[in-house]
Design a protein around this ligand. Sequence first.
Ligand SMILES: Cc1ncc(COP(=O)(O)O)c(C=O)c1O
Length: 410
Amino acid sequence: MSTPSARPDKHDHRTLGEQSWAVHGGNRPDHTTGAIRTPIVMANSYLLPDDPTSLDDADPDLLVYTRESGANQLGLQAKLAAMENGEAAAVFGTGMAALHAAFFTLIGPGDHAIVSNVVYGRSQGLFDTLLPAKMGVEVDFVDITDLAAVRAAVRPTTRLVHAETIANPDLRVPDIAALATIAHTAGARLTVDSTFTPPPLARPLSLGADLVIHSLTKYINGHGDAMGGAVIGSRELIDAVKTGALHHIGGAIAPFNAWLIMRGSVTLPLRLRQHCDNASAIAGFLHDDHRVAHVAYPGLPGDPQHARAAAQFSGGYGGVVSFALAGSHEDRVRFVNDLRLITSAVSLGHDETLIAYEQYTGVKAHAFAAPFREHGLIRLAVGLESADDLIADLDAALTATYGRPAATHS
Ligand SMILES: Cc1ncc(COP(=O)(O)O)c(C=O)c1O
């Protein structure tokens, strides 16, 4: 018995159109049963070859033990690598496990990291507390859209620059190619969390990023039911991520979740179009409504992020709209509770629209536009419902708290 080949797929999916790779990428018919979809392989271990000492230990994808590799993981990896124009991918149990694995691989004691001052809260927590305290990493949080500030933060020990393509939650958009140049000139690596802009919206590796990270929990799975994470990049870096962080720290994805995410990802390009169209319509509605104090959406022509977003993204500006409502804290709580179709919950990229009202503190809040600092930030993760129904829901809840719209913005 020899271990099945872990590596290449039947087709090079990079040569296919977006919906073709979404359908075919990483799927392997099951030769035992003839099933045309890869089955869910719920096994902790795989048969060893007749001579176990013949195994190539240098191959991190060997099918031996499911913490390290598995049939469902391999399919998902192949699909994600093709989607992102990467040589290889590593998959994990959550987006945070993937982010941690990337950072753990690239930086160590005494190294310096430049991190966007607006990133997902748990990523911020890694950099402002855990990595400095546990690994002796030094960190500067900077406005990642201000290239002069990024350049000024570089030190001889800088080994990492980290940003999100669209920052959670204030939706700022950095110039990825310019960040890659700054990082590489400094002898550092650029990691980009592209959770808000999965392919085909953005491909950070093609813009010079060294590793791209996804929370698969969001758009790539798309159905709000499974968690996962991925790191994608060169074969050399991904092998290091696997042999170090995945194999030894063990944040493996369950085969069932890998299978669910494979299934969800089949419709990713189609779903993204609806997410983006809906978000764009809702951002326009909120922007034109005087009851709304502030709207951030990179697709709005007047948004300060719009030019960078238009230059880097293809086919839309993502499915998240952030806005601020004036009035009291109680008014905003009432607004959220008056919504009927839209669900108050964290996360994004689900089929249903989710809303989360938060008042932020700390380094991130300090970086926000004034209305978000003053009134808190309401993040709307726009789903796949009809835009008219979502707008009607928002309008009714605004009217219940703030009265009918009196006029429109000019
Ligand atoms: C931008 C971003 N990156 C990473 C994560 C973490 O992903 P997970 O929840 O799958 O660990 C999140 C979660 O909300 C996120 O918004």
